[in-house]
Design a protein around this ligand. Structure first.
Ligand code: SF4
Length: 375
């Protein structure tokens, strides 16, 4: 097989299912205790063994959660040892650790570098104390600012920040303050996620009980456009609906795999994987995950195999989320694509760049609805 024929390197994701406490909006699976870390690590090694021959190599590793920075550096070292022992992680891989602002001391940052991490993704969420308290985050704006300063000073090759917008009552001015202040710490990557009130979370109960009102659509739109204008004005590229990078070099390689439909393997409770046209996902409960693996069984809760038609629709929907956009030739090959394209260009939702139809800022705003116009 020549290099050109070789399958693209896959992405490796590890879900660290532990947090100090639960944030009010959080729908990710995690336990507010670290007592099961040793058991989880043993199970994770079993899971790695079960998948070791299924993926040739990985050029990204992403530790997400949960709160990976809650693990002791000893536990992290063991985790890295397990992964390196069972998988071919390429020497130039992007290796990301998600961290909470409270956890990043200079000493820990040094250890993370020694363990091979070359990218930190810091969960700042907001730089307004009232908003952080509302979200149930454990850090203050000052702690977040100090953490960003520390990460920047630690010499990490890539530094990303996660922010949340769309809180009830959030003003454009408050959001602008968070964005501007974040930029002042010179991160390489910023993700701006719109707050989702998911069923079963404390925020959901507050909303059901009439204690908070969701933001209206016009204000959501304004906050989205504010993020895009402020960050692109500061030199960031708005490369995906929720993501901004200080140039191509800082685009998150791991997350691009989800949008480009490159294979990825997810290890840990609730992790998702994708290969060929098949997607599968693990049980959410740590105990169930450990029990299955203790019995030599894959902890898979469900799977789906997409038909060719479903796969091409999914490809289209994902391409319409990024600046890579869609091949105009592919669109013109389909009757519906050919019919929808002129209207979308005229409405300013797509623009032509070279051979591709690429979403504009307004197009990103309606990214979820765009694919429906091609059906
Ligand atoms: S730290 Fe992250 S994963 Fe943990 S509860 Fe908060 S939002 Fe959820």
């Amino acid at each position: 097989m020549t290099k050109a024929d070789a399958p693209p390197a896959a992405g490796l994701y590890v879900h660290v299912p532990f947090c100090r406490s639960k944030c009010r909006y959080c729908d990710f699976y995690s336990l507010p205790s670290i007592s099961l870390v040793p058991e989880w690590l043993r199970a994770l090694e079993q899971e790695a063994i079960l998948y070791r021959d299924r993926f040739a190599s990985f050029d990204s590793l992403y530790l997400g959660g949960g709160t990976p920075s809650l693990l002791s550096t000893g536990a992290l070292a063991r985790l890295v040892e397990i992964l390196a022992g069972h998988f071919d992680i390429l020497p130039d891989a992007e290796v990301t650790l998600e961290a909470n602002p409270n956890d990043v001391t200079p000493e820990r940052l040094r250890r993370y570098r020694e363990l091979g991490f070359n990218r930190i993704s810091l969960g700042v969420q907001s730089l307004e104390d009232g908003e952080l308290a509302f979200l149930g985050r454990r850090h203050s704006a000052l702690q977040a600012a100090r953490a960003m300063e520390r990460v920047r000073a630690s010499g990490f090759p890539a530094f990303g920040v996660d922010l949340i917008y769309g809180l009830p009552g959030q003003t454009g001015a408050a959001w602008r303050r968070t964005l501007r202040k974040t930029v002042s710490f010179a991160p390489d990557h910023i993700s701006c996620y719109q707050l989702t009130v998911s069923r079963g979370t404390p925020l959901w109960s507050m909303q059901q009980g009439g204690l908070i009102d969701p933001l209206d659509e016009d204000q959501e739109r304004l906050l989205f456009l504010t993020a895009s204008e402020v960050l692109t004005g500061q030199g960031f590229v708005h490369y995906e609906v929720s993501n901004f990078a200080r140039g191509d070099r800082y685009v998150c390689r791991h997350n691009m795999k989800y949008w480009e439909r490159t294979p990825y393997l997810g290890l840990g409770p609730s992790a998702h994987s994708f290969q060929g046209n098949t997607r599968w996902w693990n049980h959410r409960s740590v105990r169930r995950y450990c029990r299955d693996l203790g019995g030599g069984k894959r902890p898979v809760r469900g799977s789906e195999c997409l038909s060719d038609e479903q796969a091409s629709l999914e490809k289209l929907a994902l391409e319409l989320r990024t600046k890579a956009g869609v091949s105009i030739r592919d669109l013109r090959d389909s009757e519906k694509g050919d019919r929808a394209l002129p209207g979308l260009l005229e409405a300013g939702l797509l623009e032509v760049i070279g051979e591709r139809a690429v979403p504009t800022r307004e197009g990103f705003l309606v990214a979820d609805r765009l694919p429906l116009l091609f059906l």
